[in-house]
Each structure stands twice: as structure tokens, then as C-alpha cells.
Design a protein around this ligand. Structure first.
Ligand code: SF4
Ligand code: SF4
Length: 196
């Protein structure tokens, strides 16, 4: 089947356009307008400065002294969610590490002696430089043990290893509990209630 060819016709420029003089002057005027507005214009102190429509106000946000609030659905830095007793909710099932498309989660599992659950992470690391912030790990977790609700993004670092956050850095509150936690975490393997 023949492929349709499309002929692109060159616009019909007149001698005035071909000189580019008018467009050059227009561009200079726009640049000058922005320059003088930024130099002498009023500063918009509205916290929602990004949404303002005013033509004469400067919209620059002086980061990091000023920061715009992230939208509610923003996926921030990860955290390992603690239980009420401070231990990680994580049961070291490796589902987050398996689903992670960037393969930036590293887990080593240890075994509990007494608790109803078998495993917990002895090592849990996320390389935030490799992370593509897709949120798959959060979706895949069966225990609500990893969240991206910190509202912060990963900080700038001077070397790659500093962008890898370990269990101690990731385990932070607030603690989360669910009605099924008593079944999952609250009994020993023999079914007796645990004393914490
Ligand atoms: S957000 Fe995506 S890329 Fe980042 S750790 Fe989770 S699964 Fe991996
Ligand atoms: S999916 Fe959840 S419970 Fe499983 S290893 Fe990851 S954080 Fe832990």
C-alpha cells in the first residue's frame, strides 16, 4: 500500500517579514518588558503566588526560604511506617522490591522469635537517586508498611551513597494501625497475646 506523501508548503513571506526587523524589535520589547517588570515590579506576597493572574506582579518564589505547598496527592520521600510499638509494620515480604521498576529497594530479612509474623527487615534501603517516584512499592505493600506521604522530596547530596536511605532513616512516624493488626502482629506463633 503506498504511503501518502504530504507536501509542506513554505509560508508566503513578504519582503517585510523576510527582513525579520519587525519581529526582532517585537522580541526585544517583550524581553525588555519582563526585565523592567522584574526589576521594578511589585512583589506578590500571596502564598498561592503560582496561581495568581496579575500582569504586573512578580511570581518568583525565593526557594528555599519560601516554599510552595505541595498538592495533596504529592508523592514525597518514602518512609517505613511504624506500628504503635515503634517496630516497622514491614514483614519483609519483598513485594515492594520485586515490583520496583528501578530496582532501588534492597531488603534483608530477619526472623522474629516470638511474634506471630515470621519476618522483619534487618536491612531496608532505598536508593532515592534511582527511584522514579512511581509509587508502585506503596501500592504493592500488603501491610501498609511503606508510604510516600512525608511531603518532602529527597535532599540534594554530594555523593551517590548519601542518597541511599537505610531502615533507621526511613522508619519514622506517625504510627499506623489497622483493625486487623491484632491478628497480624499481636499474637505469638502459638496464638498467645504478646506483651510489649
Ligand atoms: S516509587 Fe517506584 S521506583 Fe521508587 S522505590 Fe517505589 S517502586 Fe521503586
Ligand atoms: S511490600 Fe511492604 S511488607 Fe513487603 S517488604 Fe515491602 S514494605 Fe515490607
Amino acid at each position: 500500500m503506498p504511503i501518502d506523501t504530504v507536501t509542506i508548503r513554505e509560508p508566503d513571506y513578504g519582503p517585510r517579514e523576510r527582513l525579520y526587523l519587525r519581529e526582532l524589535v517585537r522580541g526585544l520589547l517583550i524581553t525588555s518588558r519582563h526585565f523592567f517588570r522584574n526589576l521594578f515590579g511589585e512583589r506578590d506576597l500571596n502564598s498561592e503566588v503560582g496561581e495568581r493572574q496579575g500582569a504586573n506582579l512578580i511570581a518568583t518564589v525565593s526557594y528555599p526560604e519560601e516554599r510552595r505547598a505541595y498538592p495533596p496527592g504529592y508523592r514525597g520521600m518514602h518512609r517505613l511506617v511504624p506500628r504503635e510499638d515503634g517496630k516497622p509494620r514491614c514483614v519483609a515480604c519483598y513485594m515492594c522490591a520485586t515490583v520496583c521498576p528501578a530496582q532501588c529497594i534492597y531488603i534483608e530479612a530477619g526472623e522474629y522469635d516470638q511474634e506471630g509474623i515470621e519476618k522483619y527487615p534487618t536491612r531496608f534501603e532505598i536508593d532515592e537517586l534511582r527511584c522514579i517516584v512511581c509509587g508502585f512499592c506503596v501500592e504493592a505493600c500488603p501491610k501498609d508498611a511503606i508510604r510516600m506521604d512525608t511531603g518532602t522530596h529527597s535532599p540534594a547530596v554530594l555523593s551517590r551513597p548519601l542518597a541511599t536511605f537505610d531502615k533507621e532513616a526511613l522508619l519514622k512516624g506517625p504510627a499506623v494501625s489497622h483493625p486487623t493488626d491484632a491478628i497480624t502482629y499481636g499474637k505469638s506463633r502459638r496464638g498467645e497475646p504478646l506483651k510489649h
